[in-house]
Design a protein. Structure first.
Length: 273
């Protein structure tokens, strides 16, 4: 079961095995007063996970009722700046003195090459973005094994998708079987279809209108086609370039997909039960 609330509407806190999804950013790096760059917040009980952290993510976390110090996991689908630009300020802000200093561990997760990517940032910024070893972990996922979160009763699996060499999509599953898949950026991908099989909510990029298809990205109708192939329970389209706000995105998606559909807006909240 999936319920949703528009931005600004009150929403119930998630039970331990529900997944609360908040759209922190539904846009791109193109400046917009309505859409921040890509970012999704998932909350399961006390565990908080952010998927991608483009410009505007930290402010949106505050607007969503949380903050960077309560985030347990930061997942990155790939390394483009509209998905990673706030990683450096996120880490830098976590170095501030008490009472703002982080008091819970932070795990960063990315695809192949993620350790090298973070090391490159540390080569530029040095100790200013290096957290204490007992407060920090870094994980690479290539789809070969799952990431288990025993304390939270969660499992995260990844699959390579068709965008950049390091690009991965993520599937999050609770012990009770609630599921969400986040596509990151991708073109049509059989691996994403397999990862999203019968998922409760597929959060899928649809960056450009049908008549403006570009390599490495999906259109609304193509995202809908993949949702049908995966037999998803509900589809949310996101990562909209400005051209998407000038047309009927839902109508384009309906050419291929007839199921429950959401068009992401910043601070939209969905509960997956």
């Amino acid at each position: 079961m999936v319920s949703n609330n528009a931005p600004g509407q009150a929403v119930a806190q998630p039970r331990e095995n529900n997944i609360r999804v908040t759209v922190l950013g539904s846009g791109t790096c193109v400046p917009s007063l309505a859409r921040s760059s890509c970012s999704i917040l998932l909350q399961v009980g006390d565990t908080q996970m952010v998927f991608d952290a483009g410009p505007g993510t930290m402010r949106r976390l505050l607007e969503a009722g949380t903050d960077i110090y309560r985030i347990d996991y930061l997942f990155f689908s790939h390394f483009h700046p509209d998905h990673t630009a706030e990683l450096v300020p996120f880490l830098f802000a976590n170095k501030y003195p008490d009472p703002l200093r982080r008091h819970r561990p932070l795990t960063l997760v990315g695809g192949p090459g993620f350790r090298q990517f973070v090391a490159g940032l540390e080569g530029v910024y040095g100790h200013w973005i290096q957290l204490a070893p007992d407060r920090f972990d870094l994980v690479e996922m290539d789809g070969s094994r799952a990431l288990g979160m025993a304390d939270a009763g969660l499992t995260v699996t990844a699959a390579p998708v068709a965008h950049n060499p390091e690009s991965v999509a993520f599937r999050i599953e609770t012990a009770s079987g609630c599921t969400v898949v986040y596509s990151g950026d991708t073109d049509y991908s059989k691996r994403l279809v397999a990862l999203a099989r019968q998922v409760g909510l597929l959060i899928c990029e649809a960056a450009v209108p049908d008549d403006q298809k570009i390599p490495g990205h999906l259109t609304p109708s193509l995202a809908g086609e993949m949702a049908v192939q995966a037999d998803v329970q509900r589809l949310m389209l996101t990562h909209f370039y400005p051209a998407c706000d000038q047309i009927d995105i839902a109508a384009q998606c309906r050419r291929t997909y007839k199921g429950p559909l959401l068009l992401a807006e910043d601070l939209m909240t969905v509960i997956v039960e």
